[in-house]
Design a protein around this ligand. Structure first.
Ligand code: C2E
Ligand code: MG
Ligand code: MG
Length: 671
C-alpha cells in the first residue's frame, strides 16, 4: 500500500507512463538481442552481447532516470553528474557481464546471468539514488531495500532463463517486473524530510522536458538495436533461402532436383489415397544428348540442358511438377482425374522436347524417350512407380516409332526374361556355350581369302543360337562383355596361331572394352601367350565406341597400334561417319556397312556413297572393305568402282571352322 501510495501520490504520472514505455520497449529489444547472441558463435556472439547490453542498459537506466524525474519529493533536487554517469556505466557493464554469463548451455547459466542482471539493475538504481541530492534528510528503510534487490534478482533470473525457451512475452513481462518492482520498492524505501530553505523548487516543466529528451535518446539506442536485428534477420533469412534453394534445386536448370521430386511425389501419393485422384510418374531421358556433349562440348551440353529446363518450366500448369534427376534425365509428376488431362500434359512435354534447339548459332535436333506409370494402376509407392516409369522409358528408347510408352505389366516379364538371360550369359564361358565362327574376307579381283572376321556365337541350352545382336548389347550393359571379349580374343588368337598360313583375323571390340585402361596390356599378354604375330590381328571398332570417351579411346588405340596390331573402323556409313573421326586416328581399314550393299543394285545414292567412301579411302590411304556382299552383281559393281576387298554371304558365310588357306600341308588342322 505504501508503494502504491508513493507511486500515485508523489509521482508525475505522465512521466511514470513514459518510463514504463521506455522500459517495455527497451527490455523487449534487449532480450531479443540477447536471444540472438545465444544463436550465434564467437565474434558474432560478442557483437550481439555488446548490442544487447547497450540497449538493455540504456533503456533500464533511462527508465530509472525518467522515473526519478517523475518523483516529486516536494523539495529542490540536484544530480551529481559523476555518480549519475557511473550508474549508467554500471548498468551497461552489468548487463554485458550478465549476458555473457547467460550463454552457458545449462539452465543454471540463465538463472545466474539473470540474477546478475537483476543485481546490476539494483546497483544502478542505488548509485543513481546516491547521485540524487535533495535538501532534506533522507532515511532508508532497510527492509524495503532488501526486498527490492531480492525481487529484481529473482524476476530477472527467471526472465533470462526463460529467454529463447518460453514465448517472448514471458521473459519480457518478468524482466519489466524486475525493473519496475525494484524501482518503486526502492523509492518507497526512501523517506525525505525536507529542510525548509525557501529555495525555489526545480521547474517541473524543465524536468519533464529532460525526461522526454532522455526517453528520445533511449529510443534512438533501442532503435539502432532493432535495425541491426532486422538487417541480420533479413540476411540470415536470405542465406537460409539460398541454402534451401540449393538443396532442393538443380543448379544448372533451376528445376527441382531428385530430393524435391521424391518429397513432392510422396506428398501427392498421400493426397491421392485420400481424394482418389490419379498420379502419373513420367520418366524422361533425352535422346542424342550424349552426341551434343561429345561433338559440341560440355558447354553446349549445358546450354542444351538449360534450354530444355526452361521449356519444361514454362509448360507446367497447376498440379504438374517437373524435376531434373541428373545427367540428361528428367522426371515429372502429374495429378489428374481424366485420362485426357494426362495425355494433354504428355503431348505438351513431347512437343517441347522435340522442338529443335539453337546452340552456338547451330540448330540441334533433340528428342526424348518418355515412360509413364500411373498410381494406382501400376503401383502405389514412389519406388514402384518410378521403377515402372523407367521400364516404360527404356521401352520407348528401344522403340524407334514411339517416344512415349506407358508401363505394361508384361514389360516386367520382359525384364525378368532379360535378367535370366544375363544370368545365363554370365555362366556361358565356364559352361562352354560360346563358340567362334569365321567369315572370310576376300580380295575382290581374284576372290582369294585375305582374312577372317571372328564372329561370336552363343549356343544357349534352351534357346539354341542366340543372335549376337541380342546378347552382345546385354553383355555390354552388364559388363559381362569384358571377360567374354577377352575370351574371344584369346581363343581367336590361339586358333589363328595354329594355322599354317598367315591369314589375318579380325576381332570385334566392344565400346565397353575400349574404355578399359589395361586393354593394350591384355592384348599384348594374349599375343605373347598364343604366339600370334601382331600383324595378323586386326581389331574392329565402331565409330560410336570411340566417341563415347574419345580421348581415352584414341590413347588406347594408339598403344594397341604401336604393338603392330591393325585397327579397322566397322559399319562405316551408319551413325556419325564423321571425317573428324577418320582424321583423329590413322585407321588401317574402313569397313563399309552392309546396308549400302542391299541397295547398290538399284539405288543411285547408295552407289554414290560407296564411290565417295572409296575415294576418301584412296586419298587417306586407307583400304576399304565392303561388308554384306550377297550377289555376283554386287561384287561386280564393287570391282567397277575400284573396291579391293569384300565380305559377305556370297563370298562365304560365317562357319565354325575357318576355310583357311593351307599352303604347305593340305591336311593341316583347321578347326
Ligand atoms: P559386324 O561386326 O558388322 O559383323 C558382321 C555381321 O554381318 C555378322 O553378323 C555377319 O554374320 C553378318 N554378315 C556377313 N555377311 C553378310 C551378308 O552377306 N548379309 C547379311 N545380311 N549379313 C552378313 P553377326 O555374326 O550376327 O554379328 C552381328 C554383330 O555382332 C557384329 O556386327 C558385331 O558388331 C557383333 N559381334 C559379333 N561377334 C562379336 C564379338 O566377338 N565381340 C563383339 N564385341 N561384338 C561381336
Ligand atoms: Mg565387325
Ligand atoms: Mg560390320
Amino acid at each position: 500500500m505504501r508503494i502504491v501510495a508513493c507511486v500515485a501520490g508523489l509521482h508525475n504520472l505522465w512521466l511514470v507512463l513514459l518510463a514504463a514505455g521506455v522500459c517495455v520497449m527497451g527490455s523487449w529489444v534487449g532480450l531479443e538481442l540477447y536471444r540472438r547472441s545465444r544463436e550465434r558463435q564467437d565474434r558474432q556472439r560478442l557483437g550481439w552481447i555488446v548490442l544487447a547490453s547497450i540497449a538493455t542498459g540504456s533503456a533500464v537506466w533511462c527508465t530509472h532516470f525518467i522515473a526519478m524525474l517523475a518523483y516529486e519529493p516536494g523539495v529542490p533536487v540536484t544530480f551529481d553528474p559523476s555518480l549519475t554517469f557511473a550508474s549508467l556505466m554500471i548498468m551497461i557493464m552489468g548487463a554485458a557481464a550478465a549476458y555473457a554469463l547467460g550463454q552457458g548451455p545449462q539452465r543454471l547459466a540463465g538463472y545466474a546471468g539473470g540474477a546478475l542482471l537483476g543485481a546490476s539493475v539494483a546497483a544502478m538504481h542505488y548509485t543513481g539514488m546516491l547521485a540524487y541530492h535533495v535538501d532534506g534528510i533522507i532515511t532508508w528503510d532497510a527492509a524495503y531495500v532488501a526486498a527490492s534487490v531480492t525481487m529484481a534478482a529473482v524476476f530477472a533470473a527467471l526472465a533470462l532463463e526463460a529467454t529463447g525457451r518460453a514465448r517472448p512475452l514471458v521473459p519480457l513481462a518478468l524482466f519489466v517486473l524486475a525493473v519496475v518492482s525494484l524501482h518503486f520498492t526502492g523509492i518507497t524505501a526512501v523517506t525525505v524530510t525536507p529542510f525548509v530553505t525557501g529555495y525555489e523548487l526545480a521547474n517541473p516543466q524543465a524536468l519533464a522536458a529532460m525526461a522526454v529528451a532522455i526517453a528520445g535518446v533511449a529510443m534512438l539506442i533501442v532503435g539502432t538495436g532493432v535495425a541491426s536485428y532486422l538487417i541480420d534477420s533479413d540476411a540470415s533469412e536470405r542465406n537460409l533461402d539460398a541454402l534451401r534453394h540449393m538443396a532442393l534445386n538443380d543448379s544448372l536448370t533451376g528445376l527441382p532436383n531428385r530430393t524435391s521430386f521424391n518429397s513432392f511425389l510422396n506428398h501427392k501419393l498421400e493426397r491421392a489415397r485420400i481424394d482418389g485422384y490419379k498420379v502419373a510418374v513420367i520418366g524422361i531421358d533425352l535422346d542424342k544428348f550424349k552426341e551434343i556433349n561429345d561433338i559440341r562440348g560440355h558447354d553446349a551440353g549445358d546450354q542444351a540442358l538449360r534450354a530444355i529446363g526452361e521449356r519444361l518450366k514454362a509448360l507446367r500448369k497447376d498440379g504438374e511438377f517437373v524435376a531434373r534427376m541428373g545427367g540428361d534425365e528428367f522426371a515429372a509428376v502429374k495429378r489428374f482425374q481424366e485420362q485426357r488431362d494426362l495425355i494433354d500434359f504428355l503431348s505438351r512435354v513431347e512437343t517441347e522436347l522435340f522442338k529443335p534447339l539453337r546452340i552456338d548459332e547451330a540448330e540441334v535436333q533433340t528428342g526424348a524417350s518418355i515412360g509413364v506409370s500411373v498410381c494406382p494402376d501400376d503401383g502405389d509407392t514412389a519406388a514402384r512407380l518410378i521403377g515402372n516409369a523407367d521400364l516404360a522409358m527404356y521401352r520407348a528408347k528401344a522403340d524407334l516409332t514411339r517416344s512415349v510408352c506407358f508401363y505394361e505389366s508384361d514389360m516386367d516379364e520382359l525384364v525378368r526374361a532379360r535378367r535370366d538371360l544375363a544370368a545365363d550369359l554370365r555362366r556361358a564361358i565356364e559352361l562352354d556355350q560360346l563358340e567362334l565362327h569365321f567369315q572370310p574376307q576376300s580380295s575382290v579381283s581374284d576372290r582369294k581369302i585375305v582374312g577372317h572376321e571372328v564372329l561370336l556365337r552363343w549356343k544357349h541350352p534352351g534357346r539354341g543360337y542366340v543372335p549376337p545382336a541380342e546378347f552382345i548389347p546385354l553383355a555390354e550393359e552388364t559388363g559381362i562383355i569384358i571377360p567374354i571379349g577377352e575370351w574371344v580374343l584369346r581363343e581367336a588368337c590361339k586358333e589363328a596361331a595354329s594355322w599354317k598360313c598367315d591369314d589375318k583375323i579380325a576381332v570385334n571390340l566392344s565400346a565397353v572394352q575400349l574404355t578399359q585402361v589395361d586393354l593394350p596390356k591384355t592384348i599384348l599378354a594374349i599375343l605373347m601367350e598364343t604366339g600370334l604375330p601382331p600383324r595378323r590381328l586386326e581389331l574392329e571398332i565402331t565409330e560410336s565406341s570411340i566417341i563415347q570417351d574419345k580421348v581415352r579411346s584414341l590413347q588406347s588405340l594408339r598403344q594397341i597400334r604401336a604393338l603392330g596390331v591393325s585397327i579397322a573402323i566397322d559399319d562405316f556409313g551408319t551413325g556419325y561417319s564423321s571425317l573428324e573421326t577418320l582424321r583423329s586416328f590413322p585407321f588401317d581399314r574402313i569397313k563399309l556397312d552392309r546396308s549400302f550393299m542391299n541397295e547398290v543394285e538399284h539405288s543411285v545414292q547408295a552407289r554414290a556413297i560407296i564411290r565417295a567412301v572409296l575415294a576418301l579411302g584412296r586419298s587417306l590411304d586407307i583400304s576399304v572393305l565392303a561388308e554384306g556382299v550377297e550377289s555376283e552383281l554386287q561384287l561386280q559393281i564393287l570391282e567397277d568402282e575400284g573396291c579391293h576387298e569384300a565380305q559377305g554371304y556370297h563370298l562365304g558365310r560365317p562357319t565354325p571352322v575357318a576355310q583357311v588357306r593351307q599352303p604347305e600341308e593340305p591336311e593341316a588342322k583347321v578347326a
